[in-house]
Design a protein around this ligand. Structure first.
Ligand SMILES: Cc1cc2nc3c(=O)[nH]c(=O)nc-3n(C[C@H](O)[C@H](O)[C@H](O)COP(=O)(O)OP(=O)(O)OC[C@H]3O[C@@H](n4cnc5c(N)ncnc54)[C@H](O)[C@@H]3O)c2cc1C
Length: 467
């Protein structure tokens, strides 16, 4: 299944123990005339880690930390090591992964393959910016070692190219030095979209900024929400080398409000999986935020960054249809107009998003990239049999608004883009370069996924469906 559980596929799943096993899988696929897709922890919202009726290689077993240098913050890991393993290993020595997603479950291979971003993207760039070097196996059987100085083309090509060029075997990451493992967080309430973007903008010197948007209200309150800004707590004299007890203070609480077991809360959340429910939850969140405007508190880096892990399995509240996310990136100059239009289209639709999140970004040099100097808006929708068709026409309408404004899309979150939109945002030069790299790394066209066939069929030599 996709992480959001809105799409599924039957695949022949293999669990290689090492690169020799993977080579054998490649050979088997060639003999059988099949294609191969990769899966890390399966935390992509859409169909990136599915390869329907074909071979899917589950790499989550490659989870060994190969080398850790706490003097310099350099760590070498197999590609199936998760972000959770990573931070738990390094935090007590005063280091932290500089880029983490909203959950700690993804693998570093999946993060590299999608070149993920955090709530600090405009400050530190994306995951790939901190990959010192990586070792990868190409479908040809060739092993490559890439860094910014060595095999530069492949370095900038593979980081972000959604598993289409080769398999990351291991990589070395440069971590960020920290002195306390904690952040000072400030919660600021925003009355509307203008206010929200202004607050995010004036806090650009903070280490992290993220805006939550209530997408259920229209008119003058459109885009109202709460912005969280955070700054690393610098306590130079504090020694964060920890024993087990201190280590547990970094972890997420297992009980909400000190009493409710977090793991059962998704059952309670199910009651709110409808329009009125989203209205209530969003309004309560907004007014609580308004009451606590300016509230400051200290959180561990894990608690601040992995907010979406507080309630394990919360996605189950959206069963049976699951959920999808739509994340678009828009240049600064157009962001207000575009986000305003998007939220308006959503509030007028029959399927409003139950959650909206705004982040700030900067442009980068990776070949396949959603990043630009501007903001992203991520909106989450519950999928039901009754709204599938309406949702896809709503999202097609949003695609057009985003494209017209010079915007971009993020394949890790995508479930609905069509080839025409994907091609327009990538542009002919990038596409030609991707095809060239694909021919060089994977001349037999072995590597595919449901995502790649949906958005870029020409990458696999398939006829492009003009419809
Ligand atoms: C709750 C939640 C919050 C999230 N928050 C954020 C966020 O804040 N920012 C953000 O950027 N993303 C975010 N994501 C998305 C997530 O970080 C990415 O989808 C990430 O790629 C998932 O990693 P994974 O290991 O699960 O990879 P999978 O989902 O299993 O695979 C992702 C892609 O990587 C490829 N792949 C996996 N391993 C390898 C490998 N070793 N070699 C080559 N290709 C490989 C797969 O083929 C696939 O194309 C979030 C996801 C969830 C569920």
């Amino acid at each position: 299944m996709s992480w959001g559980m809105a799409s599924e596929a039957c695949c022949y799943v293999y669990y290689p123990e090492d690169e020799n096993d993977l080579l054998e899988i490649f050979e088997l696929a060639k003999v059988r005339g099949m294609t191969v897709g990769f899966r890390g922890a399966g935390q992509s919202y859409g169909d990136a880690a599915l390869n329907g009726e074909q071979i899917l290689v589950d790499l989550s077993g490659w989870n060994r930390i190969l080398d850790w240098d706490p003097e310099n913050g350099l760590i070498t890991v197999q590609s199936g090591v998760t972000i959770a393993q990573l931070w738990r290993r390094v935090v007590s020595s005063g280091w932290w992964p500089p880029v983490v997603p909203g959950t700690m479950n993804p693998t570093v291979g999946g993060c590299a393959s999608m070149n993920i971003h955090g709530k600090n993207h405009w400050q530190v760039g994306s995951f790939g910016d901190h990959v010192v070097d990586f070792k990868a196996l190409l479908p040809s059987g060739k092993i490559v070692y890439c860094s910014r100085l060595k095999s530069q083309d492949l370095y900038y090509g593979m980081l972000g190219s959604f598993g289409m060029l080769g398999c990351f075997l291991s990589m070395t990451l440069q971590l960020k030095q920290i002195s306390s493992g904690e952040v000072q967080v400030t919660a600021l309430s925003a009355a509307n979209l203008d206010d929200l973007l202004r607050i995010i903008d004036i806090h650009k010197d903070e280490d992290y900024v993220v805006g939550w948007v209530d997408c259920m209200v229209g008119s003058s309150a459109i885009g109202r929400g709460i912005v969280h800004t955070a700054r690393h707590l610098d306590l130079p004299s504090q020694n964060i080398l920890t024993d087990d007890v201190a280590m547990s203070t970094h972890e997420l609480p297992t009980k909400i409000l000190g009493v409710l077991p977090a793991k059962y809360l998704w059952i309670f959340l199910r009651m709110f999986n409808h329009r009125m429910g989203y209205k209530i939850v969003n309004a309560v969140r907004y007014y609580l935020g308004l009451l606590r405007n300016g509230h400051r508190f200290v959180q561990s880096l894990a608690q601040f960054n992995f907010l979406l892990d507080y309630i394990p399995n919360w996605k189950r509240a959206f069963l049976p249809g699951g959920l999808i996310q739509y994340q678009c990136f828009v240049p600064f100059r157009n962001a207000y107009t575009v986000f305003h239009k998007i939220i308006q289209c959503c509030t007028n639709s029959k399927s409003p998003p139950y959650l909206g999140v705004v982040k700030r970004h900067k442009a980068d040099d990776f070949l396949i990239s959603c990043n630009l100097d501007g903001y992203s808006l991520a909106i989450d929708f519950s999928v039901k049999d009754s709204n599938r068709a309406g949702l896809s026409s709503l999202l097609a309408e949003l695609d057009k608004i985003v494209l017209d404004a010079g915007g971009r899309f993020y394949f890790a979150k995508d479930s609905t883009l069509n080839p025409e939109v994907a091609r327009s945002f990538l542009g002919p030069k990038t596409l030609a370069r991707l095809m060239e790299l694909k021919l060089g790394c994977d001349p037999g066209g072995l590597l595919q996924s449901n995502l790649s066939r949906r958005i870029l069929p020409e990458l696999h030599g398939y006829q492009v469906d003009k419809g």
